[in-house]
Design a protein. Structure first.
Length: 380
């Protein structure tokens, strides 16, 4: 190697060309041209570079800060997003596997992270998601604290020279948020329009936030849960529809899935009566006298003697007079009509019901204010 010029020796040290081919075939030729001008040496170095694997093939990995920089426990605003950008360097053409890991705090309930997609070919982008919930299947709220998320990109085998791993770290915090619950409408009122005196139903959900759970029996032997109610009913009328819920109270036993509740709305009203004609019992009794005059004439015809006919005549006269006196009673037929009551009837209108929940500890649903859910029923 002493006969080589300085540029050739540097190239030799850089490329580590120690194969038998280089020692036995190239070196004798290089020795012959060791005194050649510097231009010839440069041409030789350029030619040798084609038989040496390319150096410096790799990729870069960059990550934006999490947005937002802090998340709540659980599923309510409990996730943050970062964008990963990968670019090739020096002709890199392989794939990169992406993984992430959460550290920084030794917590009982560790938050989680996920990269999507998990494999890319630069140039490319990927999404990094941080969650304030623990890993499935439990998915309970993570322990509050500060965490560090490490993203690692690993190039495919043979796709790059030297180190083929790139890393980025990002800081994020999990905030301590008290468990709570919300109330939402799963199914609106059906049927949406009813007559006074009938009702309809809807399905309401009680949703756990930040691991909220409440069930069982309290110290006073009363059931624990969320008591549902219709906070407001508009418009205001004297006899409005009435809300009932089942179950009541609502036991909240699931932190991930909502708890359904049946809302039944009953309206007030009387059925329409129908008129009917019927004689009174006393009139029916008097009507039995109507055949008597005919019987009297029949008796007169049957009598054979004058005295008998005279007696029957007097009797017939009395009966006929009595019959004419009773004729008005025969026409006295009573008309009985069942009239609908005008009291305790829900007026025709479209009613809006605002639904809220209050648990056994006196806590209101967090969306009980302007964001409280409503259902609608029309009384026609």
């Amino acid at each position: 190697m002493r006969g080589l010029g300085q540029p050739a020796r540097e190239f030799w040290n850089r490329s580590n060309l120690n194969s038998d081919m280089l020692r036995h075939e190239w070196l004798p030729w290089i020795a012959k041209v060791r005194s050649a001008p510097g231009v010839a040496t440069c041409v030789l170095i350029f030619a040798l570079s084609w038989v040496v694997p390319a150096h410096g093939q790799n990729f870069t990995l960059a990550a934006t800060e999490f947005n937002p920089y802090a998340v709540n426990q659980g599923g309510d605003n409990g996730s943050a997003l970062s964008t990963l950008t990968l670019n090739p360097t020096n002709g890199f053409s392989g794939t990169v596997a992406l993984t992430c890991q959460v550290g920084g705090t030794l917590a009982t309930n560790m938050p989680t992270c996920q990269v999507s997609p998990e494999s890319v070919t630069p140039p490319a982008t990927a999404s990094l998601t941080f969650s304030g919930l623990t890993a499935p299947p439990n998915q309970v709220p993570a322990t509050p604290g500060s965490y560090v998320v490490t993203v690692t990109g690993t190039g495919s085998a043979g796709s790059c020279s030297g180190s083929c791993t790139q890393q980025q770290t990002l800081d994020i915090s999990v905030l301590a948020i008290a468990p709570s619950f919300t109330v939402t409408v799963q199914r609106p009122v059906q049927p949406s329009s009813v007559h006074a005196g009938t009702g309809a139903s809807a399905t309401i959900n009680v949703n756990s936030v930040n691991g909220y759970l409440l069930s069982g029996t309290g110290s006073n032997n009363q059931n624990l849960g969320v008591w549902m109610s219709c906070k407001t009913i508009s418009p205001l009328v004297l006899y409005p529809p009435v809300c009932t819920f089942s179950p009541q109270p609502v036991p909240v036993t699931q932190a991930v899935q909502p708890t359904p509740v049946t809302l039944t709305i009953l309206t007030q009203g009387n059925s329409q009566g129908q008129a009917r004609l019927s004689p009174s019992p006393r009139n029916r009794f008097y009507a039995l006298w109507l055949p008597l005059p005919m019987l009297a004439f029949a008796g007169m015809g049957a009598a054979s003697s004058k005295r008998s006919r005279k007696a029957w005549g007097v009797l017939a006269l009395v009966i006929i007079v009595a019959s004419f006196m009773l004729i008005p009673a025969c026409g006295n037929v009573t008309t009985t009509t069942t009239k609908p009551s005008t009291t305790f009837i829900t007026p025709k209108n479209t009613y809006i019901f605002t639904v809220i929940g209050t648990d056994s500890n006196g806590n209101l649903s967090t969306n009980s204010g302007t964001g409280a859910p409503t259902v609608t029923l029309t009384v026609d």
